[in-house]
Design a protein around this ligand. Structure first.
Ligand code: FMN
Length: 232
C-alpha cells in the first residue's frame, strides 16, 4: 500500500472480527512500532502484547472494566443521550452505539497492546511525546497489513491492578501510556475526516494563509476542534 494513502485511511477501528493475528504479522507491526524516533534516540517505549496468556486474561478483564467505567461517565458528562443523541441514526447516536459496543466487547479484541514509556526525568511534554510516534507507527503498520485499531486510555481506571497483573516494575519512572486493541475490522477502512488543511496550516505567520495548502480531491472534512480564527 502507498504510504500516504495508508496514512490518510488509518481511522479509529472499534469493531473487530474474532480472527487471531498471526505472529508474523504481529512481528511486523511491532517492528514498525519500535522503529519510531525518540528524543536522543533513548527508545524508552515498551509494548506488552496481550493475547490469551494467563496474565493477559486478567489484564483484559481489568481493561474491559476500565473501558466501561470511562465510557459510562463520558456518556452522561458529554450528553450523548440528549439533543440529537436522542434522534435515531444521528451522528451522535451512532457514535454512542459504536462506543457502547466497543466498550462492551473491548476485552475480547484479538490483540490488545499496552504502550509504556520510561520517564528518565520528570515527565514533560517532550518526554511524554516519546511514545506517540511509536504508537502511530504501530497503527500505520497494522493498517498496511489490513488490521485496524485505536488509541485508548482504558488502562486509566485500573492502573495499579493492571501494573500488578502484567508484572510491571513498581517504579514510577515506567508509565503506562496507551492501550491499543487490534484486529481485522468489521466493515471497511476509510478516509479520516479532519479540518481542511487551509484552516490548520499557515505560512510565514500565525493564521497567515499558505496558498499552496489545498486538500487533495475527495478529502473528507469535519468541523471539530478549536476556533478557526483565534483573533476574532
Ligand atoms: C491521545 C489519544 C487518545 C485517545 N483516546 C481514546 C479513547 O480513550 N477511546 C477511544 O475510543 N478513542 C480514543 N482515541 C481515538 C480518537 O477518538 C480518534 O482517533 C478521533 O476521534 C478521530 O477519529 P478517526 O481516527 O477515526 O479519524 C484517542 C486518540 C488519541 C490520539
Amino acid at each position: 500500500m502507498d504510504l500516504l494513502e495508508g496514512l490518510a485511511t488509518t481511522r479509529a477501528i472499534r469493531r473487530y472480527r474474532p480472527d487471531p493475528i498471526p505472529e508474523d504479522d504481529l512481528a511486523r507491526i511491532l517492528f514498525a512500532a519500535t522503529r519510531a524516533p525518540s528524543g536522543s534516540n533513548r527508545q524508552g517505549f515498551r509494548f506488552v502484547v496481550l493475547r490469551d496468556g494467563e496474565k493477559a486474561q486478567r489484564a483484559r478483564e481489568l481493561l474491559g472494566r476500565g473501558a466501561r467505567t470511562i465510557w459510562e461517565a463520558k456518556r452522561v458528562r458529554d450528553g450523548y443521550d440528549a439533543g440529537t443523541g436522542a434522534v435515531d441514526k444521528s451522528p451522535k447516536a451512532r457514535m454512542a452505539a459504536t462506543m457502547e459496543h466497543f466498550t462492551t466487547h473491548f476485552h475480547e479484541a484479538p490483540v490488545i497492546v499496552l504502550a509504556a514509556l520510561w520517564c528518565h526525568r520528570e515527565p514533560d511534554l517532550e518526554l511524554g511525546g516519546a511514545v506517540w510516534p511509536a504508537v502511530q507507527n504501530l497503527l500505520l503498520a497494522a493498517r498496511g497489513l489490513g488490521y485496524g485499531g485505536v488509541i485508548t486510555g482504558w488502562h486509566g481506571p485500573c492502573l495499579a491492578e493492571l501494573r500488578a497483573a502484567i508484572g510491571m516494575p513498581d517504579d514510577p519512572r515506567w508509565q503506562l501510556v496507551a492501550t491499543i486493541p487490534l484486529g481485522r475490522p468489521v466493515g471497511n477502512h476509510g478516509s479520516v475526516r479532519r479540518r481542511p488543511i487551509a484552516e490548520v496550516v499557515f505560512e510565514d505567520g500565525w493564521e497567515q494563509p499558505a496558498p499552496w495548502a489545498i486538500d487533495p480531491p475527495g478529502t473528507r472534512f469535519t468541523s471539530a476542534g478549536p476556533p478557526v480564527d483565534t483573533r476574532r
